[in-house]
Write a protein that binds this ligand. Sequence first.
Ligand SMILES: [Zn+2]
Length: 398
Amino acid sequence: MPDPMLLGLLVAAIAIGWWLGRLDVKHHRQHRDSSSSPALTRNYFVGLNYLLNEQPDQAIETFVQTLEVNSETIDTHIALGNLFRLRGETDRAVKIHQNLLARPSLTEAQSSHVQLELARDFLKLGLLDRAERLLIRLIRSAHDDDIRRSGKRLLIDLFEREKEWQKALDIAQPQLIRHDQNIRRAAAHWLCELAEEDIANGSVSLARKRLRQALNIDEKCVRTNWLFARMEHHTGQYRNEIRILKRIREQDADFTPITLGPISTAYQMLDDEQGLIEFLQEQIDHAPYISSVLMLAEHLRTREGINSAIDLVSSHLQHYPSLRGVDYLTDLYLKETVTRPHDHDRIELLKRHTSQLLDKRPRHRCERCGFTASQLYWHCPQCRSWGMVKPITGLEGE
Ligand SMILES: [Zn+2]
């Protein structure tokens, strides 16, 4: 059993114990005799015993049976329902939460709280229609701001799963975008998603409008400039493409590596090798990513010969160790030793090792949850944050 689960059950057990204690006091006050020890208390200790013996299923079952639903125990019932959901027994969580909702004695705040948890159950079960209906009704009717905000966040989560970007925006605007940094970052990406759909449908001006809107919401959203640049590329405006891609490193320097390939291609389309070399030199002075060093080395190799490329990469590696740099150097040594079979074989063995090491290395990592992948994701598939998967830097990356 995971620790949070055990902790939750212990908290529930303590809450039940506290409630039973109060019940006992009332019982004594009302009846002034202690002869009839309530069955409830006995059940409580049976449940606690199950819990201490790490038999959580029996413990939960006993607690649910022990506890009558009233205004003092409602939170404990909600917590027990949540524990079932946490354990993956979401059908049982639904039963508990629906059973609570059927009680006429619930206050408005309690009813809202239960509805929120029931919506979470439906989301977990993938019953998105039911969750959506419940949440829309709750957001309209709840008087408590916290409940409405929590309801909106769940609804946004649901619309993201359905890729209903406009609906997510409608819910988030204006308060959540203004006050919640994560939602602000997400909203800029929803607009980028819509812009990508527009581009695919040939509505380029609408896409531009949405991207400007996204930048207004989050000026750090590099994806906006990434898409602006792609549009320039498709119409052959390579100078504009380069200019826009260079803005990305000002927005968020961590994303610079993703721009190096497209900038290099754009210079090649312009047949401007000198421009590319100057850019790469300036980029290395600015932030010495290995990709730019290797691109520059390749140009030096074709222009000045293999030794210039070896010198550049070797001196870079002295200050910034890099597996990709070593792999590239090994390639150069292989070319250099082609007439010396003995040396060539040894270097080929080394090359096999560096290649194997590189093959196993992901190129991108989510800053929030640590998810890694070879490709770049704007939306982390694991923790579902936006714009947090970034190129890996350092010894094994850029
Ligand atoms: Zn993540």
